[in-house]
Design a protein around this ligand. Structure first.
Ligand code: 6GU
Length: 237
């Protein structure tokens, strides 16, 4: 049997993960390629108000997530896992940028734990503590240079990027091979067309109808290079 990757997601909004039942990821779970377990952080909050946050030491705006519920939730996930190594992924705009290289690396792991912070983030001692726990690797990840309300959507993005790279998940693995040729130097693909050959007065480029595979390959490479150069001009790279 293929070794399956287990994903444990910890959040105060478990309903955010409903879309994981759909499409590619839903199919991957049905086929036993991944196992996804969702945990409500609030189950680990024990005060009368089941509070998971508090005011920041040193003052300042907003609230900080308390370390105790996070410690309890992560300990429980670790204790119920039979994996030998665990990646504790903490979603934060201050993290390392998620790239295709990072996604490909995560796709080789046996156990991924996603800690979804909200508010101004999680008490710093949580990552500090788990960095000292044997068998646990802590990875702080960001999905881009903008601020989200919490790590849940970033978790969905990261999971989609990772899960499609797991062997057996994609119907046609050739699409992964084509992608890998274009990474990381050249992340932009050539334009794609399908039937009809003429649509609203716009024609599919002749070369793609020619059946000349060498010529098609050359055209696609040129198109991808042109797109990559234009994107670079826009973003100042
Ligand atoms: Cl991982 N979290 C939050 N809150 N904002 C983000 C992010 C993560 N990545 C980009 N912006």
């Amino acid at each position: 049997m293929m070794n399956k990757i287990t994903f444990d997601l910890i959040s105060i909004f478990p309903d955010y993960f409903a879309p994981l039942k759909l499409s590619l990821i839903g199919k991957a779970e049905e086929n036993g390629l991944v196992e996804i377990k969702i945990h409500d952080l609030r189950d680990q909050a024990h005060g009368v108000h089941k509070s998971v946050d508090d005011t920041p030491y040193g003052g300042g705006a907003g609230m900080v997530m308390s370390p105790e519920p996070w410690g309890a939730a992560i300990d429980q996930v670790l204790a119920s896992s039979d994996a030998t190594t665990h990646e504790l992924i903490v979603l934060t705009p201050a993290g390392e940028k998620l790239t295709q290289v990072v996604a490909a690396e995560l796709a080789t792991k046996e156990h991924l734990i996603f800690a979804c912070g909200r508010y101004e983030g999680i008490d710093h001692r949580v990552t500090e503590h788990y960095r000292t726990v044997p068998g646990v690797r802590v990875r702080e990840l960001s999905i881009g240079d903008y601020v989200l309300g919490g790590g849940e959507v970033a978790t969905l993005v990261t999971m989609e990027a990772v899960i499609r790279l797991i062997p057996g998940v994609l119907g046609n693995p050739d699409s992964l091979v084509e992608e890998s040729h274009s990474l990381p130097e050249n992340v932009v693909e050539y334009p794609n067309y399908t039937k009809p050959a003429s649509w609203r007065g716009l024609e599919v480029p002749e070369v793609l109808l020619s059946g000349n595979h060498a010529l098609i390959k050359k055209w696609r490479t040129e198109q991808a290079q042109t797109r990559t150069r234009k994107l670079g001009e826009q973003t100042g790279e």
